[in-house]
Design a protein. Structure first.
Length: 319
């Protein structure tokens, strides 16, 4: 039996009304090859049988915390504050880990003690188990163990998600806790705050987790992603960085460009010209040529034609 004072790692799962998938997430934690951890499940006011399913596990490492419904940010914060370990790993109720995930994370963080956080590649699967994408950082890692600049990497690749993040607990003393007033994007904002303070991220190119899309999770289902919500999230990040200095503003530019590209594509598909107009007037100076032309083309030709032209532009003209 693992002694409490020897626990180095705490796993946090926020839970809300997901009786169908919480067992899969818990099983993936218990099946880790790294066995010395505590698992904190924060039941955020579920009204279904989610908590009862957690109680069916007779494992001394599992700790169930009950609280009134307060949102995913508050649930994660409660988990951090209750955590015994010096390192915390995050997993959503509807996702799962590969068996070696924690072992690889602990190896990297122990090997390079100056690193404050870690992530890994992951795969996306639909509800029926179909693999849709494997998302991994493709460039060479520094010393084979870390990414030198989170923001530069983010602009080029989609290489991490919340379910692959592992963080030293002391980090939250310097960057603060999750924003409890947000129902969407509070995790992304946290990773940006950490990256602004600690741009080097430990990393493994091996798949560490499965991100299940179209799942039963109500955390995200109650907050449908729309152009307006995405634009609000970008403005929140801009406001956050605006309170800092010039260096942080420059660091965040790659993230802003990548986020704006995604928002432009979403807005064009939804035919939301109002959001596109705001993007042009507010962020036109940092848009790349592809994004700028996509907006212009959308005004005169159908979306699929504009997208086809951009994707295959190199066949016709050298930019």
């Amino acid at each position: 039996m693992t002694k409490t004072n020897n626990i180095l790692l705490s796993v946090i799962i926020p839970l809300y009304n997901n009786e169908k998938e919480i067992a899969r997430a818990i099983d993936s934690v218990l099946n880790q090859t790294w066995k010395e951890f505590e698992l904190i499940v924060v039941n955020d006011g579920s009204t279904d049988n989610s908590a009862s399913i957690v109680k069916q596990y007779y494992d001394h490492r599992i700790k169930l915390i009950q609280q009134p419904n307060s949102g995913p940010g508050a649930a994660r914060n409660r988990g951090i504050k209750e955590a015994i370990g010096k390192i915390v790993a995050f997993l959503d109720e509807d996702d799962e880990w590969k068996p070696e995930h924690l072992k690889r994370a602990m190896h990297v963080l122990k090997e390079l003690k100056n690193l404050r956080w870690y992530s890994a590649g992951y795969e996306r699967r639909t509800k029926d188990g179909k693999l849709t994408r494997r998302l991994v950082y493709r460039r060479q890692l520094e010393k084979g163990l870390f990414i030198e600049n989170f923001f530069d990497a983010f602009e080029k690749y989609e290489f991490f998600c919340t379910c692959t993040i592992v963080v030293k607990k002391t980090v939250f003393e310097h960057v603060g806790f999750f924003d409890e007033n947000k129902l969407h994007g509070e995790d992304t904002e946290m990773w940006i705050r950490i990256a602004l303070k600690y741009p080097e991220m430990g990393y493994s190119k091996k798949i560490g987790a499965v991100n299940w899309v179209n799942s039963e999770s109500l955390t995200m289902k109650e907050c449908i992603l729309t152009p307006e919500i995405s634009l609000r999230a970008i403005k929140d990040i801009e406001h956050l960085v605006g309170q800092m200095g010039k260096t942080e503003t420059q660091m965040i530019q790659p993230y802003m460009r990548k986020s704006l590209k995604k928002l432009i594509n979403l807005s064009i598909k939804e035919k939301n010209w109002n959001v596109l107009s705001i993007i042009m007037s507010t962020y036109g100076s940092i848009l790349d040529r592809r994004s700028f032309i996509m907006i212009k083309l959308f005004r005169i030709i159908p979306y699929w034609v504009a997208d086809y032209f951009i994707r295959f532009r190199r066949l016709f003209i050298k930019w």
